[in-house]
Design a binder for this molecule. Structure first.
Ligand code: ADP
Ligand code: ZN
Length: 435
């Protein structure tokens, strides 16, 4: 059995969770209908009234919200409370377009920080831990969310923010950080920098890392666990639903428990909008059950994953989501074949390469091209051109097997691909330039 921040709710029987969801949804739908004109109009168009929503199953009757709605309604159109009741704004990273701003009342901040506290306790965090938060602080939700969660748990919190890796390492070593929170790509970079400074994985006091905000593969997890000498746990969230902590991994490390007392999750077919049964892969849709200032209902995340209610050995009863394999808009369609960057990462790490790579897509003579630049580790360097060519050929074969199409692989010199301190930019799609 594991450690819980709020044991009653985290291990509540399913019926109790459903009862909480039923009650909160009825209240939330009234709140939204009365206060958010934008969503009231969507409901009116669909002919749904708050009285039609009695149980959580009735949620299917409600209209979806999309990122396009958020952009339409920018900045205040989806606000559920008076601005005077809001105490904070955060904003998306703008990875896939115009930024979205989200509003928080103090109640919303508390709820969010509690979710992050659950994640920290789940990885073994207590008030004896030193928690180094190297997600970016500011408008991005990563830093503030984990910072708040760390305070709630009572950890000694190091609000490092991202970047300045030398200082990160110095503080980590001098102050004996035991938990680290950042993007997985930054964790990989910190691991690499530690080794360069001559530290072995056992030289640091870290025991666990909480990594999220971008897709990362199982292979990447293994690689980070090795380089930092820790257990690496996944955490998921998005600004629209508050930030990180919507779901988090427990000691099983087999998917993330969704905080179902606050967020109701559905998986839909992204093309038809139809709700899919448990275990099927599709687009994740969230309803915030008790957020006040930015109470999104049936928000389409565009993240593709699977939900499971299989019993978890940690004792938590909340549904688990698989690692998102990337957003539907991260998916590349190359010569008609669907390619996710995460598939490329899996092949690279399985073949013994570094997680430093960049994917370049282009169109030449009306045909899509896929090039992957992969950085060699110093020990993989060879003076013989034929060695490098053979390695590239082998990698291209492995990629073809995984992807169904053949990319061109280019092995490049160590340190030639820029490192990420936040969300890594893995794909450059030049086709957009020609469109
Ligand atoms: P942006 O959409 O501009 O990147 P956010 O900073 O709010 O804004 O990022 C939320 C998105 O980040 C999610 O929708 C998801 O695509 C991605 N994300 C967050 N956590 C994870 C995770 N653990 N694994 C994969 N993707 C994640
Ligand atoms: Zn669990």
């Amino acid at each position: 059995m594991g450690n819980y921040y709020q044991p009653e709710i985290e291990t509540a029987p399913r019926e109790q969770i459903i009862a909480i969801q039923n009650e909160k949804l009825q209240k939330q739908i009234k709140h939204v209908y009365e206060n958010v004109e934008y969503y009231r109009n969507l409901m009116d168009e669909k002919g749904v009234k708050p009285e039609d929503i009695k149980t959580i199953d009735d949620i299917k009757k409600l209209p979806f919200l999309t990122k396009a709605d958020l952009r339409d309604a920018y900045p205040y159109g989806l606000l559920g409370t008076d601005l005077k009741d809001c105490v904070r704004i955060q904003s998306t990273s703008g990875t896939t377009g115009k930024r979205v701003v989200a509003f928080y009342t103090q109640h919303d901040i508390d709820l969010w920080e509690e979710c992050c506290a659950r994640a920290i306790v789940a990885v073994g965090g207590t008030n004896e831990d030193v928690c180094q938060v190297c997600y970016g602080y500011g408008l991005f939700t990563g830093g503030p969310g984990l910072n708040g969660g760390s305070h709630k748990v009572g950890c000694l919190t190091l609000p490092m923010s991202s970047g300045n890796t030398d200082r990160q390492i110095q503080f980590m070593m001098d102050l004996g950080s035991t938990i680290i929170c950042c993007t997985p790509s930054y964790a990989a970079f910190i691991g690499e920098s530690l080794a360069e400074k001559g530290y072995k994985p056992e030289d640091n006091k870290l025991k666990a890392g909480i990594f999220g905000a971008e897709p990362w593969t199982e292979e990447m997890r293994q690689s980070i666990q090795k380089s930092l000498g820790i257990k690496a746990y996944d955490i998921y969230g998005l600004t629209e639903t508050s930030g990180p902590g919507v779901s988090f991994e427990c000691e099983e490390q087999t998917g993330m428990h969704i905080n179902e007392d606050h967020f109701y999750a559905e998986i839909i077919d992204p093309d038809t909008g139809e709700v899919l049964p448990e275990g099927e892969k599709g687009e994740l849709v969230f309803t915030a059950l008790d957020k006040e200032a930015f109470p999104l209902l049936r928000y389409r995340t565009r993240d593709i994953c699977v939900l499971t209610r299989k019993k978890c050995s940690c004792g938590r009863t909340h549904v688990k989501m698989s690692k998102p394999m990337g957003r539907s808009d991260d998916m590349l369609i190359i010569r008609g074949v669907n390619v996710f960057p995460s598939q490329i990462e899996t092949v690279l790490l399985n073949e013994g390469y570094t997680p430093n790579y960049q994917i370049i897509v282009d169109r030449k003579n009306n045909t899509d091209t896929l090039d992957i630049n992969i950085e060699l580790a110093p020990e993989q360097m060879s003076d013989k051109v034929s060695d490098i060519e053979a390695m590239e050929k082998a990698l291209e074969g492995a990629m073809r097997t995984m992807l169904g199409i053949g990319p061109k692989c280019h092995l490049v010199a160590p340190k030639s691909i820029v490192r990420s301190e936040g969300k890594a930019v893995r794909v450059i799609d030049n086709r957009k330039l020609h469109d």
